[in-house]
Design a protein. Structure first.
Length: 447
């Protein structure tokens, strides 16, 4: 690497690199830190998805170069590539190259949620991230493998314009591929996966456990979207994810018998954090200060959904009750005190490994076995006629339009900017074409 660390960080920001597997945090901020560990997250936490696997296979050279760049910029002494056992063949395939670079490999069991950065950091470093903290607090930086590929491309002067995505579920041809950012869900399903095989499709974006439901098939693929999973509208998961707050609150109020299974299987609880969903469920019977204090047991919930979709024998919704409780805490500016955390934050449970949830269990319990079909990688000689690029597709300040309707743009041109002193990064055109609309926080480009 001939660039200085400051130049690399500038390139990564200008290229619009954000977390490709989660919330979309601007990557340049992570590279500003000096750390001991760099961890490449290729665990592919969510069931059915294979975009991280294919990223490592299809872009091996850029992936390794990105890791070298991260090591040099952050001063890291240890670089670890973390995968689940289902993808061990991928790391076996490049083990010599990894050893030559001095990279280590962590192969985690096929369990959920193995890709949680709190879990990966503990497995790699033996250190617990402080409650509510980030990996930097224990000398680590964690990035998704696709993000790392995009770092290498950024140093080459190539902005983020395309996205790896797995398309599966109720489709004719499950596939993992690369699409221009901003491609509509409808185009992905019709042109890349052969169309839907259900008359009333519902699309989960990002993942089956933690992902949301697309409001419309016209919604665009974003930089941090890892998968499009099509399910019939009457599928169990769709019914659970579309249940209203009034409904899950009312049922939880009357049915929770405080068995504590939700807590005993909570990944953060068994890792030592003061999160106890069954205590949060009690707050449905409380008001005032008692409700506020009880809500503190939700503060460190990671929203993985194990409590609601796997643990609860009554099919209640502790996860969403915890989400509501966290909202109450934010509104009232409440949090655990340092004195409380000294007492409540503890070592991981010795039984932790026995309480992790096998992926096959998720398939069986959630009615996903029929969709366990390999979404093999394929590149298509096709591009959408139009794309819609959100200006707020990352953590921080939304980008401001840099173009007007009627402007001609080429793939890679900057179309939205964020001030240098603000957290955020630019947005780039993902196809050649004409800006057809700038409205409601999006820019539309038509080929």
């Amino acid at each position: 690497m001939t660039l200085t660390a400051e130049q690399v960080i500038r390139h990564v920001r200008q290229a619009g690199v954000v977390g490709a597997g989660g919330a979309g945090f601007p990557t340049y901020k992570k590279l500003e830190a000096r750390v001991e560990h760099v961890i490449a997250n290729g665990a592919e936490c969510e069931p059915l998805l294979q975009k991280d696997r294919e990223t490592m296979i299809q872009d091996r050279e850029a992936f390794f170069r990105g890791l070298v760049i991260m090591r040099e910029v952050t001063g890291a002494k240890v670089v670890t590539i973390a995968v689940k056992r289902k993808n061990k063949d991928v790391t076996d395939g490049f083990c010599r190259d990894a050893e030559a670079e001095g990279f280590k490999t962590l192969v985690y069991e096929d369990v959920y949620p193995a890709g949680d950065e709190y879990i990966l950091v503990y497995e790699v470093t033996g250190r617990q991230i402080p409650p509510g903290g980030i990996p930097l607090a224990v000398g680590a930086v964690v990035d998704n493998v696709e993000t790392i590929v995009n770092i290498a491309r950024a140093v080459d002067g190539r902005p983020v314009t395309h996205k790896y995505v797995t398309i599966c579920g109720e489709v004719k041809e499950p596939v993992t591929t690369v699409v221009p950012v901003g491609t509509s869900i409808a185009d992905c399903l019709e042109h890349l996966a052969g169309g839907c095989t259900t008359d009333d499709p519902v699309v989960l974006t990002g993942g089956l456990m933690m992902g949301g439901i697309a409001k419309s098939l016209s919604d665009p693929v974003t930089k941090n979207m890892g998968g499009l999973i099509v399910l019939p509208s009457d599928h169990y998961l769709v019914r659970r994810k579309t249940q209203s707050r009034e409904t899950y609150t009312r049922i939880g109020h009357g049915q929770c018998d405080q068995c504590s299974f939700c807590t005993e299987l909570c990944p953060r609880y068994i890792l030592g954090y003061p999160i106890e969903p069954h205590r949060v469920m009690r707050t449905l019977l409380m008001t005032g200060e008692a409700k506020e204090r009880g809500s503190l047991w939700a503060q460190y919930c990671c929203e993985c959904n194990i409590c609601s979709l796997i643990a609860c024998p009554e099919l209640l919704d502790p996860k969403n009750i915890c989400v509501d409780a966290k909202k109450l805490l934010r509104e009232n500016r409440m949090s655990r005190t340092e004195a409380e955390l000294e007492v409540l934050f503890r070592e991981p449970l010795p039984t932790r490994k026995g309480r992790e949830i096998p992926i096959k269990t998720l398939y069986t319990r959630l009615g996903l076995t029929p969709y366990d079909r390999k979404p093999y990688f394929r590149r298509f000689d096709w591009q959408p006629q139009s794309v819609t690029l959100p200006l707020a597709a990352h953590v921080g300040r939304p980008a401001q339009p840099f173009v007007q309707p009627g402007d001609r743009v080429r793939c890679g041109d900057v179309i939205g900017t964020v001030e240098d002193d603000q957290l955020g990064c630019p947005i780039h055109a993902s196809i050649d074409g004409r800006v057809s609309a700038v409205a409601q926080g999006t820019i539309e480009i038509t080929a």
